[in-house]
Design a protein around this ligand. Structure first.
Ligand SMILES: [Zn+2]
Ligand SMILES: [Zn+2]
Length: 347
């Protein structure tokens, strides 16, 4: 018997992707009975599900953000590589390289295999296990940066630009706008790799998840709250804050701040300028154009579904490679983290 087409068992519903024989949703946008969650960003991980299956790290991040009890009445941790049988559907997770704990949700039913990647990137990240290619019949991808203009430079080079600026302006405070889950901890870990061993100062919004990362075994070195530090203490310091705070009243109390933002959107000069960003750093936790195309080719799926983002350009480019694309227009994804333009405050 021929394997069924993935669309016969993986359905697009108003609440998101639903695996019919398994009876579970993947990253549902409203509270459901059974949810499999790819990672902790709030557009993928919503509160109020009865049962949540995810990596141990994602469960811990969800609990830290939502509070005990709201991150799934019951939680089940699944290690990457371990497989589970859910009503005859084989379910397993593979690293997505996006943030700590992020995983692709892999499913196989009657010989038909689908992989829902959530958000992902291919660049190295000291705080997230690297993306692993899982060959499949259907690959579900994001398309946040799916335009040829989006090519992310090596992150080490962007970090070196930041450190050069710090060396050049030792009297000023460098305040770097970044999202609180993933980007903040990645920047800290990259600064440590680059040899920055001085304390890094944090906006209040960034402190809790840094603690969670450390509890999960990601060392971040000396961290200090930025709010209690004196202006003089912050001369020559690096402060990490939400993108909405860096060009705001909050940053004005710092010593002649150099405003930086770390985001894939910083590739668009106009965006940096509008946001009052003096030092745009193109550091993204999402795949760029080349990474999206390479990944869609490497998984060898004849069909790719695109959840959200610039789906038109990606689907056109996939067609040229003989891959059938379909835009899902999933509502509710791309509302957090880098999916929103940097000049808008974080939700
Ligand atoms: Zn994400
Ligand atoms: Zn997302």
């Amino acid at each position: 018997m021929a394997a069924p087409h993935p669309q016969d068992w993986l359905r697009v519903t108003p609440a998101g992707l639903f695996c019919e024989p398994g009876g579970f949703f993947i990253d549902p946008t409203r509270a459901v009975d059974r949810a499999v969650i790819s990672h902790g960003h709030s557009d993928h991980a919503r509160p109020g599900h009865a049962h949540v299956l995810a990596t141990r790290e994602t469960l811990a991040i969800m609990t830290a953000r939502m509070g005990e009890g709201r991150a799934g009445a019951t939680q089940q941790a699944l290690r990457c590589g371990d497989a589970l049988d859910v009503n005859g559907v084989r379910v397993w997770l593979r690293p997505a390289g996006h943030v700590l704990g992020s995983a692709q949700v892999c499913m196989e039913w009657r010989g038909s295999r689908a992989v829902v990647s959530g958000d992902y990137k291919r660049q190295a990240d000291p705080t997230a296990t690297g993306f692993e290619v899982e060959p499949c019949d259907l690959f579900v991808t994001e398309a946040t940066f799916a335009l040829p203009v989006f090519r992310h430079p090596p992150p080490e080079a962007e970090m070196a630009r930041l450190l050069r600026s710090v060396a050049l302006f030792p009297e000023r405070t460098h305040v770097v706008g970044c999202y609180s889950l993933g980007k903040c901890q990645r920047l800290i870990a990259m600064l440590r790799q680059a040899g920055w061993d001085r304390p890094i100062h944090l906006h209040g919004a960034h402190q809790a998840l840094c603690r969670t990362y450390e509890e999960l075994g990601v060392p971040l070195g000396p961290l200090r709250p930025a709010t209690v530090a004196k202006k003089d203490e912050l001369k020559g310091a690096i402060v990490l804050a939400p993108p909405g705070a860096v060009a705001d009243r909050w940053a004005r109390r710092l010593a002649e701040p150099v405003v930086a933002v770390a985001s894939g959107w910083m590739r668009v000069r106009q965006r940096a300028k509008q946001g009052g960003v003096e030092l745009p750093l193109v550091i993204s936790d999402h795949a760029d154009w080349d990474e999206l195309l390479a990944t869609c080719t490497e998984v060898q799926a004849p069909e790719v579904w695109v959840t959200h983002g610039r789906e038109d350009a990606l689907i056109h480019a996939l067609a040229q490679r003989g891959i059938k694309g379909r835009a899902l227009h999933l509502v509710g994804l791309g509302e957090e983290e880098e999916d929103i333009p940097a000049e808008e405050p974080a939700a």
